[in-house]
Design a protein around this ligand. Sequence first.
Ligand code: B12
Length: 325
Amino acid sequence: MTSISDFSDSPKYTIKDVSIQTGIRPVTLRAWERRYAVLTPSRSDNRYRLYSDRDIAVLRWLKSRTYSGVSISAAAEELRKSMAQGKMPEVLPMGPTAQPAKAANPPAGYARELFRALLRYDEADASDLLREALLVFDLRTFLAEVLTPCLVDIGTAWYRGEIRITTEHFASSFIQGKLLTLLQSYPYHRNAPYIMLGCAPTEMHELGALMMAVLLRSEGFRVEFLGPDIPLDDLVDHARYEKPQMIILTATSRESALEMKRLKERLSRLRPVPVFGYGGSAFNYEPDLLTLVQGVFLGKSLDDAAETVKDLLKTEKRTRQAVKV
Ligand code: B12
């Protein structure tokens, strides 16, 4: 279970952002702050309230308690008591009206706007769009229907000679930076199932792997993101000492996919043996690769892969427990 204290307490969200994320109106947020003293948001230089991920978790907890019939004052008292004992409660599921606000545009609209902003090298606009899209869509939609199509459009424009290589590099670095920040904004669970994730040797396209890392970390896994072009000797050595439950590699080209051919066999000599999973567009375009690379193909999309990983690690946990007995 995730505790509220696992969330970062660095101030970054305005009251409007928090209202969208929690479904609690700004006027109510201010009233709760005044009456129940459970939150003390920081202030920006111009005195605006700034909330942290932990503040948002606290607000969701309060809201969830009120949905189970507890009054807001009793929920606040419960929280204060727990904090006085140096404990923060576990995260609770959000109540029904705490859904994100309605999006002004469908995801494809955000993808298009983002593409245009990046072509103008307009970081401020691109950042605003991403922040808004993250607030109004769930993470899977954000990754698959906003970021991915934007990257595909950039690739197509580059291929047709409509944009410069510098523009493509700027856009992909910008998105990579945002994804890394997102990855680090999730709590890091030392005791959760441990996954090493990165790209096959020679593979420089790391954004799909990074998206996968964000998605799995958001699901509570301990994910170590290793980046592009990982030498297999080094990976196997690292795994021998760190003993991950799972290793995931991605490939977008045939050449890099074939680099993984004998990895499963090498991993089978480690104790305990990590599960080896793979994916990426190489396998989607050339399915014959699936017969050449041993291991578990995780699926065609990030979504499928996240579900497959969850199932595999549930089975893996049972097997490891059975071996211990
Ligand atoms: C950014 C980019 C780069 C950047 C990468 C930067 C970085 N830090 O990652 C750089 C500049 C390094 C680069 C280099 C090259 N690139 Co490039 N690149 C792109 C671009 C624009 C975006 C890639 C991306 O991140 N896409 C987003 C991801 C999420 O999309 P995706 O990989 O399709 O993922 C989907 C699925 O595969 C799946 N998925 C993704 N990851 C995973 C992981 C798992 C585990 C699972 C299960 C599923 C899964 O989910 C996604 C959603 O459905 C694409 C355009 C495109 N169409 O994607 C070209 C593209 C991939 N590149 C291309 C090429 C040709 C190259 C170069 C050969 C160019 C060159 N001449 O040097 C080199 C190769 C470098 C190498 N050795 O790997 C071609 C590939 C064509 C092909 N299939 O053969 C593309 C398609 C551009 C094009 N239209 O021609 N590139």
